[in-house]
Design a protein around this ligand. Structure first.
Ligand code: FAD
Length: 564
């Protein structure tokens, strides 16, 4: 019998489900309802229209309803909102938003891919015309038009997640004066606080007025006010403080809702009604590492769930191993990517973990465009199981993070990563890749052959006047150093052992961690038992301290910053 499948929502999850069903069943009747005017647009590219990287808003729309019909024989009804699911009748009630007519449409199988809507906080001034949220092509067109027509100069973006950061970057590139306000102490929560400082500095360097640890209190006509009482000039405001899964239809139909607020589904994306599937931002899924429900709100999982749901309708089994949360972003001259758990989320999940932060070159140093790659690896103690990674740099961070994502998906340990054979050519990487190096350092740490202190602990060490060795050469030390560090270069330390105490902790850094690592290991071999490498080294310390120093006016712990 000819199967009739209705799909609510015509973008990432909805359009992918429809296309997969068509590939599996040429006979099926497939109708996709979308309340907006477009189906199948690139949500992820929306911010790039603000800077002109995407030149016209038409380019954001990947397929029109006509093309869906012609190419795939899928009926995409835009401006049609599903307003009710009638489970007993196996039908939906649909409203044509152009003429307000309503009608019923029956289904054999129904798919909910209604996504998530931007949160609008209940604060004074939020309903004014110059306050925007970004979800679809219409939203970005409205913002773009408003900024030009009203000759806006200052824009406040509220929320430092992916959408807020990308919108702020693209507005800044377009020449607006941009402030970004974030309630938490850092932007980009997939990153740990230490790694986020690198992103904070990048925003400052490019002229974004970044304010963290402060929330939006009020929106006025030409300014916003924050909880701390700051007044920030803004003739336009973009709210990007998070999204809420669109579950109203599901809730009203009596489908189970999970503890995170997303629609509850089984391993094959079936809701509590076996004839109704749900995918994408509207559902909650299983986190493979924390073993808890989560809502990733990412396009990759939405598209994969869509395929799995369609497959299940046709008896094709899906191995559901849960999500780990992999994402990436470009921020001015940097790229940043992360996967799995960071130190904070591992802690929250009650997992016994440790981490290393290394910053080798992303390619052989002699090659053009070789840059440090800041790489943090999080692993379980005592198993060495890999839990997550974060990478920031000017080069190929996504490759490194994707390697780790693959390793996590295969339950790999540091031993596997240490020996992982990766491609190498000097223009593209190093013979021992960043990820191999991180595993080696982590294994030394795991097995007690090496100890490190985190970059976040250095300020306290300086304030306590701890014994800190700067293992760089004299000239480098002269150009800027930790205020109380003693300069004993790696090239001299064997002749100067008498200056290194054995009866108290000794902390060692160089520029990027390699020389200090060698000194730490040599001293260990010479019988020192209190030697610690300072993870991040001088470059990491400067990057970690800079934004906080500049924005709080606190005393520096370095004589001069050095970011080279
Ligand atoms: P959506 O793609 O949002 O589609 C849901 C659709 O359902 C909407 O168009 C909505 O109008 C429609 N709908 C809702 N209710 C009804 C109804 N009752 N009747 C009819 N239609 C309805 N993810 C990444 O992985 N990487 C990125 O770089 C990235 N960047 C992003 C940038 C922006 C600005 C935004 C907004 C999102 C970004 N995302 C990114 C997230 C990604 O787009 C989402 O995770 C993904 O689109 C979710 O797919 P979905 O099908 O669940 O929801």
């Amino acid at each position: 019998m000819r199967k009739k499948v209705l799909i609510i929502g015509g973008v990432a999850g909805g359009a992918s489900t429809a296309a997969r069903i068509r590939r599996l069943d040429e006979q099926a009747e497939i109708v996709m309802f979308e309340k907006g005017p477009h189906v199948s647009f690139s949500n992820c590219s929306l911010p790039y229209y603000l800077s002109g990287i995407v030149e016209t808003s038409d380019e954001l729309v990947l397929l029109s309803p006509e093309m869906f019909k012609k190419r795939y024989n899928i009926e995409a009804r835009v401006n049609h909102e599903v307003i009710k699911i009638n489970r007993n009748e196996k039908s939906v009630t649909v409203k044509n938003l152009l003429d307000d007519e309503t009608y019923e449409e029956e289904y054999d199988k129904l798919v909910i891919s209604t996504g998530a809507e931007p949160i609008r906080p209940n604060i004074e001034g939020v309903d004014q015309d110059h306050v925007f949220t970004i979800r679809n092509v219409g939203d970005i067109e409205n913002l773009h038009t408003y900024l030009r027509q009203q000759a806006v100069e200052h824009v406040a973006v509220v929320g430092g997640g992916f959408i807020g950061v990308e919108v702020a970057e693209n507005l800044q590139l377009a020449g607006y004066d941009v402030s970004l306000v974030e309630f938490a102490k850092q932007i980009m929560m997939p990153f740990d606080f230490d790694m986020a400082q690198i992103l904070h500095k990048e925003m400052l360097n490019h002229g974004v007025n970044l304010i963290v640890d402060d929330g939006l209190a009020k929106i006025r006509e030409d300014a916003i006010e924050t909880n701390s009482g700051r007044k920030i000039t803004a003739e336009a405001v973009v709210l990007a403080i998070g999204v809420r899964p669109e579950t109203t239809l599901a809730e009203e139909a009596g489908l189970d809702i999970g503890e995170t607020g997303g629609i509850r589904v089984d391993a094959n994306y079936r809701t509590s009604d076996p004839d109704i599937y749900a995918v994408g931002d509207a559902i909650e899924v299983y986190h493979r590492l924390t073993h808890k429900p989560t809502r990733p709100a990412l396009a990759g999982p939405a598209q994969k769930q869509a395929r799995a749901a369609a497959d299940h309708m046709y008896g094709i089994p899906n191995r559901n191993r849960g999500v780990i949360g992999s994402s990436s972003i470009k921020l001015f001259d940097l790229y940043a990517a992360s996967t799995g758990l960071n130190a904070r989320t591992a802690e929250q999940a009650g997992i016994n973990y440790d981490s290393v932060y290394v910053m080798p070159s992303d390619k052989v140093g002699l090659m053009p465009d070789s840059h440090p790659l800041h790489f943090k690896l999080v692993y379980e103690v005592p198993t060495g199981k890999i839990l997550g990674a974060q990478a920031i740099g000017k080069g190929n961070v996504d490759k490194r993070v994707d390697v780790i994502a693959a390793m996590i998906s295969m339950d790999a340990t540091l031993e596997d990563l240490k020996d992982l054979e990766l491609s190498y050519s000097p223009m593209l990487g190093t013979a021992k890749d960043v990820v191999n190096q991180a595993a080696l350092v982590a294994l030394n740490q795991l097995h007690g052959r090496y100890k490190e202190v985190k970059v976040s602990e250095v300020r306290a060490l300086v304030e306590q006047n701890a014994f800190i060795i700067d293992a760089r050469e004299k000239k480098e030390y002269g150009a800027g150093h930790l205020k109380n560090a003693v300069n004993i270069p790696l090239s001299e330390f064997r002749e100067r052992l008498d200056e290194i105490p054995k009866d108290k902790p000794v902390y060692i850094h160089c520029r990027s961690g390699q020389r200090s690592y060698n000194m730490v290991m040599a001293l260990e071999n010479l019988g020192y038992r209190n030697v610690y490498n300072i993870s991040g080294s001088y470059l990491g310390i400067c990057l970690y301290e800079y934004f906080q120093d500049v924005t709080t006016g606190r005393e520096k712990i370095v004589t001069e910053y050095n970011f080279n």
